[in-house]
Design a protein around this ligand. Structure first.
Ligand code: 4AD
Ligand code: MG
Length: 465
């Protein structure tokens, strides 16, 4: 008989199936009961809820029942009936049960309820089978889908920037090298340096830290593009907000100035949060009840309220006047730390904040310089509990100013001739931003560690699974 996915049994329309024979397949979450009857909760990942299977002990061989343990994979056929029990409206009275794969109760690690998130991180290859991670990863899917939908509906084109690159887009020198050279026998130049001309690509290459520079080329051709792919940063940041491999969404738009870009960023995040509230109710409610009882309220607040917009200089004033002591001292020119960002958002404004016009020294070379000669048209979107969720800017379209800035920060314009061609031929005002996908997921799921919103996290000293 054709398999019915368990999600079908939790829809309104499931009532029409009552009295019919159906088959489900999935993994056993729990089995309880007595010598007459067994109650088996089966989950197939399609929804957070498990379906209850009722098995009359007399009708099944002892060996079958013995093998139905937490973690085992089974198929059940039987009649769907209205449930007398609490917590479910329908259940299955089993006619036949097939065991696909047993799970030894002694060695299957997901036995007890309520494992810590730290423990589950060590068994990341199995944690997707818990309610918590099922909810998180279904939300991850829903947000990825909503991102494509948002941009597609608004005439943006999905643009694939390369993952292997020869340029450091952020100029921070935090790149992972890509090479096929023999580490034990490196080719050398006459001066005794490593000879990268012998390497696979004939020069030094790394994994990308951002798709932006190639994204700008896309915007100069197709008008409005977005990238959505993995990015890699070899920064030694062991924090709950940093990953070495994370996914980033980078829209880039010709003819957008900073204000247009702020409007887009705000509308985009509100759309995603509203999408999650509308389409992932069960998962969000579960996370709200289990981990963070202010999650729903926080999501609704962000969806419904206008973000504060403020210049960096004004933010510094507020921080200098704050009663709170900060670990990192504040002065005009400092790069804001997460504690500062969170103070502004959580204590002072109690609302998401978009900070603009940062000093040029703490921002990347490509940002448009303001008339004051000191600041650039940068914008960071700051969120409660997270700090920076989006970083973006208007780009410097004037080739002379851009080249001067590159030289100031030690980038040889000759190395980026292809990028400078956007300014050489038909240069246009343009802007864009990058949203950290996992930071968005931290916000939407209420999880507090970024390692818990990606299936297989990469961070310093860890590339397991
Ligand atoms: O502020 P960032 O470094 O900006 C850029 O890469 C620009 N090229 C974006 C653009 O204008 N197109 O990174 C953008 C966002 C951050 O706001 C943060 O959400 C996320 O990427 N991010 C990280 N997320 C997880 N782990 C890390 N190590 C991250 N570094 C940045
Ligand atoms: Mg940033």
């Amino acid at each position: 008989m054709k398999r019915t996915e368990i999600i079908t049994l939790f829809k309104e329309s499931a009532k029409q199936l009552v009295g019919q024979d159906i088959c489900i397949k999935g993994w056993v979450r729990t089995k309880r009961g007595n010598k007459n009857v067994a109650f088996i909760a089966v989950n197939d990942g399609s929804i957070i809820h498990s379906i209850q299977v009722v098995a009359d002990v007399e009708r099944f061989e002892e060996e079958v029942l013995r093998n139905i343990t937490t973690g085992a994979c089974i198929g059940v056929c039987g009649k769907l009936v209205e449930s007398m029990g609490k917590g479910q409206s329908v259940e299955i009275v089993a006619d036949s049960i097939e065991i696909y794969g047993t799970a030894n109760a002694e060695t299957y690690p997901l036995q007890k309820k309520g494992h810590s998130l730290e423990f589950l991180r060590e068994i990341a290859h199995l944690r997707g089978r818990t309610n918590t991670f099922g909810a998180v990863f279904r939300l991850r899917h829903a947000m990825a889908f909503a991102i494509h939908k948002y941009f597609n509906d608004r005439g943006f084109f999905y643009w694939h920037s390369p993952l292997i690159t020869a340029s450091d887009a952020e100029g921070a020198g935090e790149m992972f090298r890509v090479t096929t050279l023999d580490m034990d026998n490196l080719p050398k130049t006459a001066e005794g340096r490593i000879d990268y001309s012998e390497d696979f690509f004939g020069g030094e290459t790394s994994l990308t830290v951002s798709g932006q520079l190639e994204g700008e080329l896309g915007a100069m051709a197709l008008g409005k593009i977005y990238t959505f792919g993995p990015t890699f940063r070899a920064e030694n940041s062991n924090t709950p907000r940093h990953l070495s491999e994370f996914w980033m969404i980078e829209p880039e738009m010709a003819f957008y100035e900073l204000e247009d870009t702020m409007d887009l960023a705000e509308d985009f995040i509100k759309y995603l949060v509203s999408y999650a509230l509308e389409n992932c109710k069960d998962d969000i409610e579960f996370l709200n009840n289990m981990y963070d009882t202010s999650l729903l309220e926080r999501l609704r607040f962000v969806a419904d309220n206008k973000f504060i917009r403020l210049r960096y200089e004004e933010a510094i004033k507020i921080l200098l006047e704050a009663k709170q002591k900060f670990e990192f001292p504040v002065a005009f020119g400092v790069d804001l730390q997460s504690e500062h960002e969170r103070y502004l958002v959580e204590q002072h404004f109690k609302c998401p904040v978009i900070l603009i016009d940062y000093p040029k020294e703490i921002k990347a070379f490509y940002m448009k310089q303001n008339e004051d000669g000191k600041t650039v048209r940068a914008m960071d979107v700051l969120f409660p509990t997270i700090g920076e969720i989006i970083g973006g800017s208007q780009r410097e379209e004037d080739i002379d100013k851009l080249m001067a800035r590159m030289q100031e920060v030690g980038i040889d314009p000759a190395d980026m001739d292809w990028y400078l061609d956007t300014r050489r031929f038909g240069s246009a005002p343009h802007s864009g931003f990058g949203l950290g996908f996992e930071r968005l997921l931290l916000f939407v799921t209420g999880m507090s560690n970024i390692r818990d919103v990606i299936p297989f996290p990469r961070f310093p000293k860890n590339a397991a699974f």
